[in-house]
Design a protein around this ligand. Structure first.
Ligand code: URA
Length: 432
């Protein structure tokens, strides 16, 4: 390992065997944290070429169990988001895509940070569980076309250890390290088609479009070299996605989109990601045709039906899909009146996430419990006109003191300008 460190420090290229020695050794504990930390920093500073990045991804993928999806008939699709605020995309996208006949076999995680992850959000349906056996997972996907399972402990143990180091050594923002981290997990989860939502902007960890594009190209290239069909969509995170940030509030918004009651950036994202999935899977000749078929799943109610079928198959109360009043609901709803008039020019996405966290909607440590009922529902987005006293958003809270504090914090998330704002393009690029 000392030789490999010197080689990478001096700008050299590591061989397939050297990368495998390093990843397997670190996973088993024969290479110590201090050497792996130094290697992450050397990779961040010196980079890795495409062959090294692919080798690191494959070695990490094989550091633990991999999921064999062959018991599932048909083409299997999965999606990944690099993480954003108000990101309830999977709750809308997966049922829509499943309603077109493409199989969704998805592994999801819990959130650590400002809001819950997809699993936490889905647990807003009373009784719902993602702790299902592989057998139940395969049966659900075969029978209803969709299932979401919690990540098993043994999937890509190398990433758990390496990410924990990167998090405390300033080595998260390295494209080869991010690509190998994300793609090792996606490849280990077994899907044929992988679509990636790469966020850029204030609420994302790729702040510029150029960096987001480099990441998206790196992710899709490694996916294709590993034999999967891959596409990526670069999207704006200079404001939260959709209107709701929290858990049950996000589920309500997802249901509203699936009922055809809400349009905007969330629907647009789901049509674009879903369109890419269908084209990559050979289910549609082009994105235009795919979007039309996805919209039809909203009009004919089949996407909502898929969500209900999945909730029921995984032990949840599916009546809540048709009657969202059955979802957890916060005792306090507090409007946040604007102190000045103008046009919304920016909404600090990350800060809105922290408001939800302050209310109890996120986790600071893995052991924390989440209050599923709390969060924020924005009423104004970038480009909207606001009058003095008009509500910027609604705080959903369980505690009156925290509600008042959250209202003040939310007001501080908004930037207003006197002149009208041109809404920025939300979909920045599609990489196929
Ligand atoms: N998400 C991941 O899973 N890994 C990274 O390195 C960054 C984001």
């Amino acid at each position: 390992m000392t030789d490999l460190l010197a080689k990478k420090r001096d700008g050299g290229t590591l061989s397939t065997e050297e990368i495998d020695f390093m990843i397997q050794g670190y996973t088993r504990g024969t290479i110590p944290d201090y050497q792996m930390s130094a290697m992450c920093m050397a990779i961040l500073l010196r980079g890795m070429d495409e062959r090294e990045t692919l080798d690191m991804t494959m070695s990490m993928m094989h550091s633990g169990e991999t999921l064999d999806l062959s018991p599932i008939r048909g083409v299997k699709a999965d999606k990944h988001s690099t993480g954003g605020v108000g990101d309830k995309t999977s709750l809308v996208l997966c049922p829509m895509v499943a309603a077109t006949g493409l199989k969704i076999a998805k592994m999801s995680g819990r959130g650590l940070g400002h809001t819950g992850g997809t699993i936490d959000k889905l647990e807003s349906f009373p009784g719902f569980t993602t702790a299902i056996s592989e057998e139940t997972f395969f049966r659900s996907v075969n029978e209803i076309g969709i299932a979401i399972m919690g990540q098993t402990a043994d999937l890509v143990p190398a990433d758990k250890k390496i990410y924990a180091l990167r998090d405390v050594t300033g080595t998260v923002p390295s494209i080869p390290l991010i690509v190998s981290s994300i793609m090792s997990k996606k490849l280990a989860s077994g899907a044929d088609v992988i679509v990636l939502d790469v966020k850029c902007g204030d609420g994302a960890f790729m702040k510029t479009e150029a960096d987001a594009r480099r990441l998206a190209e790196g992710l899709t290239r490694v996916g294709r070299l590993a034999g999967r069909r891959c596409a990526a969509v670069i999207t704006d995170m200079d404001q939260p996605l959709g209107y709701a940030v929290g858990n049950a509030v996000e589920v309500r918004e997802a249901i509203a989109v699936l009922r055809g009651e809400e349009e905007g950036d969330l629907l647009e994202l789901c049509l674009t990601l879903g369109g890419c999935m269908m084209v990559e899977a050979g289910f549609a000749a082009g994105i235009g045709e795919a979007r039309e078929r996805l919209l039809e799943t909203i009009r004919d109610g089949s996407a909502l039906g898929k969500l209900a079928a999945m909730v029921e198959a995984q032990g949840g109360d599916a009546r809540a899909v048709y009657d969202p009043a059955l979802l957890p609901d916060a005792a306090i709803k507090l409007e946040v009146p604007a102190a000045e008039a103008g046009y919304v020019s920016h909404i600090r996405a990350e800060q809105v996430g922290l408001v939800s966290m302050h209310l109890g909607g996120g986790r600071a440590t893995k052991e924390d419990t989440i209050d599923l009922s709390v969060g924020v529902v924005l009423r104004k987005k970038v480009g909207d006109r606001v009058e003095i006293g008009e509500s910027l958003g609604t705080i959903h809270a369980s505690d009156p003191v925290k509600a008042e504090q959250a209202a003040e914090l939310l007001r501080g998330c908004y930037e207003l300008r006197p002149e009208p704002i041109e809404r920025p393009a939300f979909i920045k690029a599609i990489i196929r």
